[in-house]
Design a binder for this molecule. Sequence first.
Ligand SMILES: Cc1cc2nc3c(=O)[nH]c(=O)nc-3n(C[C@H](O)[C@H](O)[C@H](O)COP(=O)(O)OP(=O)(O)OC[C@H]3O[C@@H](n4cnc5c(N)ncnc54)[C@H](O)[C@@H]3O)c2cc1C
Length: 311
Amino acid sequence: MECPFPPPPPLPGSLAEGVPLASRTTWRIGGRARWLATFKDVVDLLWFWTRLDPLTPRFVLGGGSNLLINDEGFGGVVLDLTSGLNRIQVEESPASVLSVQAGALTRTLAHTARRLGLGGAEFLAGIPGSIGGAVVMNAGAHGREMKDILIDAQLLDPQGRQHSLTPDALAMSYRQSRIPPGWLVLSARLRLTPEDPERIRQTMQRYNRHRLAAQPVGQPSAGSTFKNPVAAPPAWQLIEAAGLRDASIGQARVSSKHCNFFVNMGQATATDMRQLVGKVRDAVFDHSGIRLESEVEYLGRLGLEPMVRYC
Ligand SMILES: Cc1cc2nc3c(=O)[nH]c(=O)nc-3n(C[C@H](O)[C@H](O)[C@H](O)COP(=O)(O)OP(=O)(O)OC[C@H]3O[C@@H](n4cnc5c(N)ncnc54)[C@H](O)[C@@H]3O)c2cc1C
């Protein structure tokens, strides 16, 4: 494979070449990473981050649950924080504040909080992915979102300096935040509330029953493909009204259970999925005059690109 930019510095034992990415996404789609770096701790990450040439494209991968990776793969270095930076700690005072590294899974965090008798993170139990991804996407469900429980996030800028930013400073709003390009989320401090673990468990069960009834759980997807538009019916209703329930391109299909979930029927390519997203978006616009915006991100050969462009 050609290499037009400086290779990353050698990271003993944890820098691999030509790594398949599909299995690292919930859609199970995408090519290989030119390089994939994993880290045993923050020191390891800082060493690598500060030595990485600014010209070398980099992408931070969380749980890959809101991501379509192109079929040719990523030509730079993918940084995976989920295996080494996943510690969850109770801050000594007050005891309801959790300090969570970005690679910790949201589900693990939610269940750890339950065991500790800390409520407020129940909504995260059914959202796949990592804490880093949840901060970047301001993930939410059941009327709660990440910014409601985030005290601050610790970020790394491209020069390796650390910054602590509040939800306001991160401009967190519906399924987005304004993290400067090239920055990385290292960890987050979450404010929770003491609560009976049994009550927390019951709330999680209720949320889970709702998901099982409404969503194609078990089929590869990236959750909601489009954001719900403001002051309009939800995206799934607009898609259904445009007659696209069950529409497909190749092995990519609009779920019959939830029209805003697009599922991989087995061998879908990124091209199939991207074309389906474009087809649905155009059909909804023709039918309702509403422009749906993709919630899912598209990783091109050298970085994030628009999922589909309006002509
Ligand atoms: C079945 C299913 C159900 C879902 N339900 C919901 C739901 O109810 N609510 C909801 O909000 N979402 C939902 N999602 C979408 C998804 O789970 C969330 O957006 C999630 O927060 C993404 O986290 P991730 O770690 O997988 O991020 P990824 O998909 O890996 O990455 C998403 C973006 O975050 C960036 N990123 C990740 N980690 C870092 C980091 N440490 N530093 C800097 N940037 C980083 C990536 O570079 C990328 O730009 C669902 C997805 C699935 C598959």
